[in-house]
Write a protein that binds this ligand. Structure first.
Ligand code: FAD
Ligand code: DLZ
Ligand code: SF4
Length: 509
């Protein structure tokens, strides 16, 4: 008999470890383990989602006559870690072989590769992804620069998505320039998918409440889908109610509108409840049925077959070194307001508040508010990575690390992206209504009332001039800096020194 080990983000009947499962002999092993829930103090909603989705998946398997062993966190015999659980399973059941679909994270792969229980371990490729490790490294080999856009075009062609023979649908590969409409107050945004917790979820919520009360975030209300059937309803709802506006308002932010027109599907895709290709096909179909315009559909599809696959490719290409990248030598501690939301900067206050509530923030909040501040304030990449791993329900290192180290912090020196996404308050003001309610004035460039993003932006460029001025995408900005008067430069440096000192003293800023 074979022992098939299924991880908490592999919740799909098509997972490769189940490919040749023998219903009459083989055994599935699933476990909620302390080590996994504690190695970083995950958001309460993230733990609740994973445990509930795991328990529902185990039930689905049992209903389909699979033999399943499931260790709940508080089971008497729970061994506390993957290693010990599988060692225990081997002693008890003496399998011929252990079968595992490769884990999403390097940390777990190394753990599994170190196991020595006297039984062979077969690690199978994760066929849920559209690009294998070998394919990605072949694509990357010999290129001076890796850029998502070119990788994305290859994926479009390979899977024949939005193509008219060998040309992109509509004549362009990318419609991003149409996807930058600023926030409008009267949008009438539909509510996100929501389902009432059933008995399984309620038990998990009680377990999380009593075992993880010290962890970040609000546990309730809990409304996420926890089964494949529910996740499919969430996909359907997105396609019918939000996709048409996804493109136009992709970069917009509105106070107390955490969900905007985004799909909120990452937690379901990353955990296996949905497959990336079925989400892409549903969007393509909506375009063919005239339910959504090309800029929205192409934009959504690019996020999944482009960005999602690209960041995973970079992760496996660059690990383990990638974890310790710090190109800009950023050293500052993470400010405590990233946990409390207690800051006068309204944009950050809103984004932390929503993150705490939902274990979710949409891309532009993660990138241009929370990430932008971490970049220009020079926060240590280890601290920033840990925060992003903890707070979002969709966070697994394969996707979190490249987005943080590569996309927001430029800590990889330009492997993932061509320039740092640094921006002043003007960008946030253009794309949101946050500045209207802010203690600071976005129109002021210097002085104690000025928006801190305005002077920190320039201070960041000054601080990192040696490393960044050679970047051709920053030439214009550095030329502007060159022409700046000494007086203006001094004001920037003074304001930034004052602000960063207050930040280091943990004063409310
Ligand atoms: P939508 O805006 O509806 O996008 C559709 C889908 O595209 C997403 O569900 C996701 O599967 C995919 N996608 C979009 N952008 C990216 C991207 N940059 N990388 C990978 N996939 C992408 N995404 C995660 O899944 N887990 C993370 O831990 C994570 N951390 C991030 C950290 C930072 C600093 C940044 C800037 C981005 C991060 N992202 C992460 C990417 C992106 O922000 C989220 O995937 C997205 O916000 C999830 O919400 P959604 O499902 O509503 O996405
Ligand atoms: C994130 C997570 C948590 C909190 N707990 C568990 C768990 O108890 N059991 C489990 O199988 N998976 C869990 N996960 C998901 C794993 O962290 C994920 O499968 C690995 O990191 C590989 O990506
Ligand atoms: Fe954020 Fe500056 Fe706008 Fe305030 S003024 S909300 S700090 S961008």
């Amino acid at each position: 008999m074979n022992l098939c080990f299924i991880l908490g983000d592999q919740l799909n009947l098509d997972i490769s470890s189940l490919n040749d499962f023998d219903l009459s002999n083989d055994l599935i092993w699933m476990c909620e383990v302390k080590e996994e829930a504690h190695y970083v103090k995950h958001h309460k909603k993230k733990i609740a989602f994973i445990f509930s989705a795991m328990r529902h998946f185990a039930e689905e398997l049992k209903n389909k006559k699979y033999r399943v062993h499931y260790s709940k966190l508080d089971n008497k015999n729970n061994q506390g870690s993957f290693h010990k659980e599988i060692e225990y399973a081997v002693q008890k059941h003496k399998p011929n072989k252990i079968i595992i679909t490769e884990p999403g994270e390097y940390r777990i792969l190394k753990d599994i590769q170190s196991w020595d229980f006297g039984v062979p371990i077969e690690i199978r490729p994760d066929s849920r992804f559209l690009c294998s490790h070998a394919e990605f490294s072949n694509w990357a080999q010999g290129r001076k620069q890796l850029r998502m856009e070119y990788f994305y075009r290859e994926m479009r062609k390979k899977y024949d998505i939005l193509m008219q023979s060998d040309k992109p649908m509509g004549g362009q590969w990318n419609y991003d320039s149409e996807n930058r409409k600023p926030a409008k107050q009267d949008l009438n945004i539909p509510p996100t998918y929501s389902v009432k917790p059933d008995k399984i979820t309620q038990d998990v919520l009680t377990l999380v409440e009593s075992n993880f009360s010290q962890h970040f975030g609000h546990l309730k209300p809990f409304h996420y889908a926890v089964t494949r059937k529910q996740a499919l309803q969430a996909l359907d709802q997105f396609i019918n109610e939000r996709l048409a506006n996804f493109g136009d308002y992709q970069d917009a932010m509105i106070e107390d509108e955490p969900w905007m027109y985004h799909s909120h599907l990452s937690i379901y895709i990353n955990s296996g409840l949905l497959s990336p290709l079925e989400c892409v096909s549903a969007a393509e179909q909506a375009y063919q049925d005239n339910k959504a315009p090309l800029n929205a559909v192409e934009g959504f599809i690019r996020q999944i077959i482009g960005w999602r696959e690209y960041v995973r490719g970079i992760y496996w290409l660059k690990m383990p070194k990638y974890e310790n990248e710090n190109f800009l030598h950023a050293k500052r501690q993470l400010p405590t307001f990233y946990w409390s939301g207690d800051t006068h900067m309204n944009c950050l206050k809103q984004c932390v508040k929503e993150t705490k509530q939902n274990a979710y923030a949409h891309h532009i909040q993660r990138l241009m508010v929370l990430g932008n501040f971490a970049l220009i304030a020079g926060i240590d990449p280890h601290e920033v990575n840990k925060w992003y791993m903890i707070v979002y329900a969709d966070a697994y290192q394969w996707v979190e690390l490249p987005n943080v180290t590569g996309m927001i912090l430029f800590a990889d020196g330009g492997t993932l992206g061509s320039k740092p996404y640094a921006a002043s308050g003007a960008y946030i003001n253009k794309m949101s209504n946050y500045c209207k309610q802010c203690h600071y004035k976005v129109s002021e460039k210097n002085g104690s009332d000025a928006c801190p993003f305005n002077y920190l932006y320039w201070d960041f460029l000054i601080r990192n001039q040696k490393k960044l001025s050679g970047n051709h995408r920053l030439t214009m900005i550095y030329n502007t800096l060159q022409r700046m008067s000494d007086e203006k430069r001094q004001a920037i440096e003074q304001d930034s020194t004052r602000f960063l000192k207050a930040l280091d003293n943990d004063d409310k800023i």
